[in-house]
Design a binder for this molecule. Structure first.
Ligand code: CDP
Length: 244
């Protein structure tokens, strides 16, 4: 953020971005529901060069017991980056960043999951980032929603996520790693399209009020595209090609 690499051309004179995309074009997104035999539900996502696997376990007993809630179930989320997932080896110990992302993904998923149906239990979501290239929290949140649905956890809606942002004074959809590092703003958006509710909204960078509104709008529209791919991943597994 903040123009660390001032020499990089993030948007050329034809409005084409550093990876060849148009300003409103998401990266290639591939979502697969299922795949992990020992999980209750799972999903794998490729979001551009991001590669992320999610396993869901539960609803199951909570240990230690005092962490359980007699009125409702609880959601626990662990976002973990493999040391080899980034160019400069990440130390294996949980970083502040991983703890923060685990928290925001948990809070973004909670409005979608009907935890009140499972008092005293926990639903655990394990996120393994195998390869990272900017936007892992959005890709992980997207895959986690599919994995929860795959586990048969009752949900109000799925959360779809994608980041909007700003490079070269232009609002763009789906911020990649270079754009995140050298661009002007990065706004991850998580959205439940059927309920029309935003459950994740963060902003790194500076936007005018007009740009802020445009970013939210571009992000929400992008989430609707992601949502269709989430639904397709589930229908492919349960009603068509590509079962476990
Ligand atoms: O991944 P996301 O954009 O949600 O989170 P971020 O904190 O804005 O990180 C942006 C990107 O920086 C990640 O997707 C990785 O590609 C990269 N990164 C890295 O190279 N080394 C780290 N230890 C952490 C992140």
């Amino acid at each position: 953020m903040g123009g660390r690499d001032a020499t990089m051309v993030l948007l050329d004179e034809n409005g084409i971005r550093c990876d060849g995309r148009k300003i409103d074009e998401p990266r290639r997104i591939m979502i697969k529901a299922g795949g992990l035999k020992n999980a209750d539900g799972s999903a794998y996502i490729e979001f551009g060069n991001n590669k992320i696997l999610v396993g869901v376990f539960g609803p199951r007993d909570v240990h230690p017991k005092h962490m359980s809630n007699t009125d409702t179930g609880i959601l626990r989320v662990r976002y973990h980056m493999e040391p080899f997932s980034v160019d400069e080896r990440k130390r294996p110990a949980p970083s502040r960043r991983e703890i923060e992302i685990s928290k925001v993904i948990k809070e973004a998923l909670e409005p979608a999951v009907m935890l009140e149906k499972f008092p005293r239990t926990a639903v655990d979501v394990f996120i393994e980032v195998l390869q990272a290239d900017g936007g892992t929290r959005c890709a992980a949140l997207t895959a986690a929603s599919v994995a929860l649905a795959d586990a048969g956890i009752p949900m109000r809606d799925m959360v779809a996520a994608i980041a909007a942002g700003k490079v070269a004074d232009t609002i763009i959809l789906d911020v990649n790693n270079e754009e995140d590092q050298a661009g002007q703003a990065d706004m991850p958006v998580g959205y439940m399209p059927s309920l029309e509710k935003i459950t994740l909204l963060q902003l790194d960078g500076v936007l005018t009020p007009e740009e802020y509104k445009k970013c939210v709008d571009v992000g929400v529209q992008g989430c609707k595209v992601v949502y269709e791919l989430q639904k397709k991943a589930l229908t492919d597994k349960y009603f068509g090609k590509g079962g476990d």
